[in-house]
Design a binder for this molecule. Structure first.
Ligand code: LER
Ligand code: MN
Length: 292
């Protein structure tokens, strides 16, 4: 995969957040990956239309789930974001797993190498957009040919190399613990914190859908993870827009405030009952809980 040239020097996400606001910011997800149909993304099809809809509703940012790094050669996300007046909250990499079955923990070293190439190219384009890159599904898991210990070692090795690359180019990585049905690498924020210990440009993505399954006390886990948290997937217990499930939201917002979090609450939820209503419900909930 070709690596784009003429790199802009982006602001690091935490610097950017501190510079522009001391409050949390809203974001909504967009997927350009047909294979992720049925998945937890609010907007689909056209990035431009999605950005315009998000802007009308009052979102601060959009989180983009591209099929590959080359996607950004087909659509100028930076120009669109600038013209429409949105930030790009993050760039997801789950397509590397969904489309190409690439993971950092694969038993086959050639597959791990291809996973690293995919992620390195995505890190470059995300950095050019001034956005962090998410590592969720591509963290992989143990399997018949890779033990749990080996899978964790492979993941840590990949994260260390990507973190060094992020450090060299001014990028940022978000590592996402997932629930037990999706990975056996790290399921909780505490496990995730241990996994990224000592890395310079890698923070945790705390997804409330996964946390609702795995954490015994979500607010306490947020407080313990503290400054390691770099991004939130703002989802209710049923992975619908906040307010459509049974999460008790205020203590989670209070916990984020107590750690000084001023990043994005990004709505990675099912487009239910439809994208527009999921988006509208999300922004209403954001205003209710995070703006007051
Ligand atoms: C990705 O952000 C995520 O949460 C995973 O469950 C993959 O969909
Ligand atoms: Mn997520």
């Amino acid at each position: 995969m070709e690596q784009p040239t003429n790199m802009k020097i982006p602001l690091r996400i935490d610097e950017r957040n501190r510079k522009t606001t001391t409050e949390m910011k809203s974001s909504i997800t967009f997927s350009a990956v047909p294979e992720s149909q049925g998945g937890p993304f609010v907007y689909w099809d056209s990035l431009e239309e999605s950005m315009r809809s998000a802007k009308v509703l009052g979102f601060d940012a959009i989180e983009i789930f591209p099929p590959s790094p080359d996607y950004f050669q087909t659509v100028d996300a930076a120009i669109l974001a600038q013209q429409i007046g949105l930030e790009i909250a993050a760039v997801g990499t789950g397509a590397g797993w969904l489309k190409y079955k690439l993971s950092l923990a694969d038993a086959d070293p050639q597959v791990r190498t291809r996973a690293m190439e995919f992620l390195t190219s995505m890190l470059v384009v995300a950095t050019q957009l001034g956005a962090p890159m998410i590592i969720g599904s591509m963290q992989g898991r143990s399997g018949p040919d890779v033990t749990k210990t080996q899978a964790k070692e492979f993941l840590r090795e990949g994260l260390e190399r990507l973190d060094a690359h992020a450090n060299a180019i001014g990028g940022q990585i978000l590592y996402e613990p997932l629930n037990r049905y999706e990975t056996d690498q790290c399921n909780t924020l505490a496990q995730g914190s241990a996994m990224i210990q000592g890395l310079f440009c890698t923070k945790l993505l705390a997804d409330w859908f996964h946390m609702n399954i795995e954490e015994s006390d979500m607010a306490e886990s947020i407080r313990k993870a503290g400054p390691a948290i770099g991004h939130i997937h703002f989802a209710d217990s049923n992975r619908q827009a906040i307010g459509l499930g049974h999460l008790t939201v205020q203590p989670l917002i209070d916990a984020l405030r107590s750690i000084g979090y001023c990043g994005y609450l990004s709505s990675e939820v099912f487009p239910l009952p439809d994208p527009d209503r999921a988006a509208a419900k999300t922004i209403r909930s954001f205003e209710q809980y995070a703006k007051s």
